[in-house]
Design a protein around this ligand. Structure first.
Ligand code: GYE
Length: 329
């Protein structure tokens, strides 16, 4: 706001009022636009693509915004460089989807010194001073993990044989990885017969997961006895499915139970056809919530520090073709 006013004052007197009025089509004049510098993680997953689309659909010129969108290609150093560039450009707000939780103190301090509010979307940051960011909107990843674990408890209730689990993690140190991992770890510690066979890093991508899972399965002396593959996102689940089926493992309720997080349309389709046993929803449509934070700030209010989206779980019984078609992502 301050920067927009400053900019406007520098514009010549009469021109100022002309420039600030809406054009005949009813769209705000460009000097009135709120400038958003957005630091997106990358395009590693279907969830991420849907999340970027949700942001771009909301932060449009017609809605009064100029969106400067940066894709960090899954690298924190690229996100830090983008933030510094946005500070130089004197944007009005920085919207950050932080790739991992650590390592943000100095750059967020720089944003604060420049007077630019930082809004976190999706994942969170672990900083010494919580005042380094204004607000956060996203999912409760620990709760998502606990929903998956509750389903496993129901499915394997009364089982005396070991429940043999493969755990494929997302990007190390990201909030989504930390929360979903913590829920499984708690549960493995609480159930004597739950056995963690291996923990692999799938980095939230199908390609990396296919590779690490193929290597792991090929290293086994014979066909493994696997009950559950706990996949920390849909693209990990796709890579795991591909590797398992290629090596002759049937997937589904009578074979290897694949659990996934996100529940994007592709994963729900696999759930409906039975190859994925459980899809835990993680809602990527966070654009409207991020905009609400900015509108509150523009109106001089104080947004909630953390806002979590509503989510649910799906098994084949909860799904229909019609539901899949109506799904936005
Ligand atoms: O689950 C995964 C993505 O942080 C919620 O990141 C997000 C996760 C999501 O790449 O698909």
């Amino acid at each position: 706001m301050r920067r927009r006013v400053l900019f406007a004052l520098l514009t010549l007197g009469l021109l100022l009022s002309a420039a600030c009025t809406a054009d005949p089509a009813g769209e705000p004049a460009s000097e009135d636009l709120i400038v958003i510098g957005m630091c997106q993680v990358g395009a590693e997953s279907d969830w991420r693509v849907a999340n970027s689309e949700s942001m771009k659909a909301v932060f449009t010129e017609a809605n009064g915004y100029r969106l400067l969108f940066d894709d960090a290609r899954q690298k924190q150093e690229n996100q830090i460089t983008a933030i510094r560039k946005f500070i130089q450009q004197q944007v009005d707000y920085i919207v950050l989807m932080p790739i991992r939780e650590g390592g943000w103190d100095s750059v967020l301090q720089e944003a604060r010194e420049a007077g630019i509010p930082v809004i976190l979307v999706d994942r969170r940051v672990d900083v010494e001073d919580e005042a380094l960011y204004t607000a956060h909107v996203g999912s409760d990843f620990l709760e998502e993990g606990r929903r998956a674990v509750a389903w496993m408890e129901g499915t394997f209730q009364g089982a005396e044989d070991p429940v043999r689990i493969i755990h494929i993690q997302g990007t190390p140190g990201s909030t989504a990885q930390l929360g979903r991992t913590a829920a499984l770890e708690e549960a493995v510690a609480a159930h004597e017969n739950w056995e963690l066979l291996v923990r692999l890093d799938g980095d939230f991508t199908q390609a990396k997961t296919y590779e690490v899972m193929t290597d792991y399965l090929s290293s086994l002396p014979g066909p493994g006895d696997i009950d559950v593959v706990y996949c920390e996102n849909d693209n990990i689940a796709f890579g795991a499915l591909q590797a398992l089926e290629e090596q002759g493992y049937p997937c589904g309720r009578d074979g290897v139970n694949i659990i996934t997080f996100d529940a994007t349309r592709g994963a729900l389709a696999e759930c409906l056809n039975g190859r994925i046993s459980l899809a835990v929803e993680c809602n990527p449509l966070l654009g409207p919530l991020a905009e609400e934070v900015i509108r509150t700030l523009e109106a001089g209010g104080s947004p909630e520090k953390h806002r979590y989206v509503e989510e649910q779980i799906f098994t084949a019984e909860d799904l229909t073709e019609a539901l899949l078609e109506s799904r936005e992502y």
